[in-house]
Structures are given as C-alpha cells and as structure tokens.
Design a protein around this ligand. Structure first.
Ligand SMILES: [Zn+2]
Length: 425
C-alpha cells in the first residue's frame, strides 16, 4: 500500500513536470514563430529580436556563458527584400508567398513587361531554345512546367541546368523569368545578388490569356550583424569534457513588407528542444559539462556553425557527443538519425532506449549528409548525430510552417528519449 502510494506520487510529479515542459516548449515555438519575430531573418531586426529572446531564456535557466556574455557575434552578407515584392498578371495581383515566391538572389526591378512562353517540354528541342532566347529580348520568359513529365533522370537534370542558364545568364536578353509550377513553393535565402529577377508561380491560370505582367521588387544586398548564442552547465566530476546540443534559430525572414516565414518546425521546434534539455540538465547536471548552442545563419549555408567550429569556445576534441536538433516538431512517424550508420554504437544505444521505453514509433538510420549544422562539426571530427522528426505536416520553407498546425504530439517523448541518451554517457 505504501509502495503504491509512493509510486503514484512519483508518477504524478513526473507527469506534471512533463506537462510543464510541453507548455514551455509551446510557448517558445509560438513566440519565435509569431509575426513579432519577423521570420528570424535579416529585415526589421528579426534575427536580433530572436537572439535576444533566446539569450533571456539562457539567463533565466541559469546557463553559464563561456565569455562575458552568451553572444558570439559576426557579420554576414545577405540579399533581403525589405520593401515591395509585387507581381501582377494583366490586372490580377498575385499573392506573395501563396501564389508566388521570388528567387532569393534576385535584384531590384520595376516595370511592365510583355511575355514569351515556352513549356518545359518545348525546351527539349534545341530549335525551340534558340527561338526562346531570340524572342525574349526585353520581355519576361515564362517557362511552364506544370504538365511536364519524364522518368529520364539524366535528361531532367540537363533540362534543369538549361533552365538555370535561361534564368541567370547575361547572354539571355530577357528582363527576367517566371517558372510556372504545380509543385509546392519552397523559399530560400541567399548571400549573393544576381543580375536577373526570377519568380516561381504556383497558380491555376491559362497563361495564353496573359499579355502583360507588372513587376515591382526592392532587393538589397546588405552586411548584417548576427550571432550564435552559447551557454553551458558545468559537469559534476568531469567538467572539461562536453556533451553538446545545437539547434539553429534563424529562418528565412520576410519577403516584402507583408509576408513573413514563421519557421515553426524549422527551427523554432529545435530551439524549444534545446531549451527543454537545458532546463532539465540545469536541475540534474551530469558528470560531463553540457553545452547548448543556438546557431544562426543555417539557412544561408550553415554559416553560424562554420563560425563556431573555426572559433570554438571549448576544445572540440573534448566533445563526447553532439546532437543537432533541426525539425523537432512532428514525430508521429518517429525520427531519422543522420550519421546513425557512422556512429553505430551510439545509434544502437538510442534505439535500445527507445524500444525499452516505447517513446517513439521508430528510430530510423541514415548515413552522413551535409544538410544541416552538424556537418561543420562532423567535418572537424566531432562525433555527432543530426536528428529530425518524421510524419505530420509537410510545410517546409513556406508560409504554412506555422505554430498553429505543428503537431508536437511526440515532443515530450522525444525529449525524454534525448535526456536518457545524454545521461548514458
Ligand atoms: Zn532548418
């Protein structure tokens, strides 16, 4: 009877702690992906506002800074769209973010243009390509790929290279390009500005009826201040060795004055995981120190992680293991572990912990892939995983990656698994 009582009491304490953790994570994600944070990019101080917010969380949790504060500051080049991004087909104004995106490296442009349209299929014939180049001088070249189908990977690759040539080459006399697609729009961010404007449009329209398009784009290539945010918890017996958690907090920012990219899953969710782990290990410090790094400028080419490994704040050789959390907000189909097949012993440990406790549906293995922040650490010989959640929503690098639709159903189980994993070292 006594035992039962203790057991029940223990369970209810754990349950309420975890309830709090989920509330905390939800609060972090909803704030970071709200309009106030401007998509955590480089217009209207979005990246700075997010950094300050995370710094305040580090302070509240009680993490130690390596230097006088948590910031590791540096500068980056970035092409931004702080003002107008408008596109109209005849009289109809298209909706930015929903109907179209602008290529990340586009320069400014304003004017009314006539158009020359080719289908992607047409471009498989050389004579059509030559004609398109001749006919498109001063006009917008419209490439309609909505009906295009091919299983021949090699020719699709060649065709896409050709399309890039048509879009960006100064030898093509067009004013700009529009690619009409039936696929989901996926935005990006660039550290360069090219010579030509290009849009991707996803809309059900009869292009033959369009005679004129109107464009107004304000782009500017700027040098922006940014920073990694780094803190740690001192280990109880071997504080010189480190377990590490990293997550990038930057996202794509804004595309024009009205449209922002929330980046709830990518990667407010990873930051929430980082902070959840920081809170836990502050209360229960392990024998090794634990470093928490909120990285910046991942979206622009893993720049923040590169800055950190080139100027590390602790000896990277003393890293026992590092996990990169990028896309932590779904998990209904489990998780995927990049570098799982490289660090097989640690991967087996993770799967064992998962199956013993039935946390997640699956822990899936993947080889090396240079697709997020861990890559820079891996290239320096730091043993690491990059883990992302599977299932749930498909929103990615678009205006639909919102807090409101992020499942977070497995967030607590995922956090418990990672706590168990770090504690196994
Ligand atoms: Zn990401």
């Amino acid at each position: 009877m006594k035992h039962l009582f203790i057991c029940t009491l223990f369970l209810s304490i754990t349950a309420s702690l975890l309830g709090q953790d989920l509330e905390y994570a939800k609060d972090i994600i909803s704030k970071l992906s709200s309009p106030d944070f401007k998509g955590r990019g480089y217009v209207e101080e979005g990246n700075q506002i997010a950094a300050k917010y995370i710094k305040d969380q580090f302070t509240q949790i009680g993490l130690k800074p390596f230097k006088k504060d948590y910031y590791q500051s540096f500068k980056i080049d970035v092409n931004v769209f702080p003002d107008k991004v408008l596109l109209s087909f005849d009289k109809e104004e298209l909706v930015a973010g929903k109907d179209f995106i602008i290529d990340a490296s586009s320069p400014s442009l304003k004017g009314e243009f006539s158009t020359y349209t080719v289908s992607k299929q047409d471009l498989m014939i050389d004579a059509n390509v030559r004609k398109a180049i001749e006919q498109t001088a001063g006009k917008f070249l419209i490439i309609d790929e909505r009906k295009f189908k091919s299983d021949d990977k090699e020719s699709v690759k060649k065709l896409n290279e050709l399309i890039n040539f048509l879009k960006y080459s100064p030898q093509v006399p067009s004013a700009g390009t529009i690619v009409l697609t039936s696929e989901k729009l996926t935005w990006d961010i660039s550290s360069e500005q090219g010579g030509k404007v290009s849009f991707t449009v996803c809309k059900d329209i009869d292009i033959k009826t369009i005679s004129k398009i109107k464009v107004e784009v304000n782009a500017s290539l700027i040098k922006s201040k940014t920073q990694n945010i780094v803190g740690f918890i001192e280990g109880t017996t071997q504080p010189d060795s480190f377990l590490v958690a990293v997550a990038h907090y930057d996202h794509l920012g804004k595309m024009g004055k009205e449209v922002y990219f929330p980046g709830a899953n990518d990667n407010a969710s990873g930051v929430a995981m980082l902070l959840t782990l920081a809170k836990y290990f502050k209360a229960y410090p392990p024998k090794y120190s634990v470093a928490f790094i909120a990285l910046t400028a991942e979206e622009i080419g893993i720049v923040g992680a590169k800055e950190f490994v080139e100027n590390p704040l602790f000896d990277l050789k003393k890293t026992k293991f590092l996990v990169n959390f990028d896309l932590a907000g779904t998990g209904d189909d489990g998780i995927k572990v990049v570098n799982g097949s490289i660090y097989k012993k640690q991967f087996d440990l993770l799967t064992d912990l998962n199956s013993k406790n039935s946390y997640l549906k699956s822990v899936q293995i993947r080889g090396a892939a240079c697709n997020s922040d861990h890559c820079m650490f891996y290239q320096k010989g730091v043993p690491c995983f990059y883990i992302y959640t599977l299932g749930g929503i498909q929103a990615y690098h678009d205006i639909y990656d919102k807090y409101e639709t992020l499942p977070l159903t497995k967030f607590v189980d995922y956090a418990k698994l990672m706590i168990d994993f770090y504690k196994s070292f």
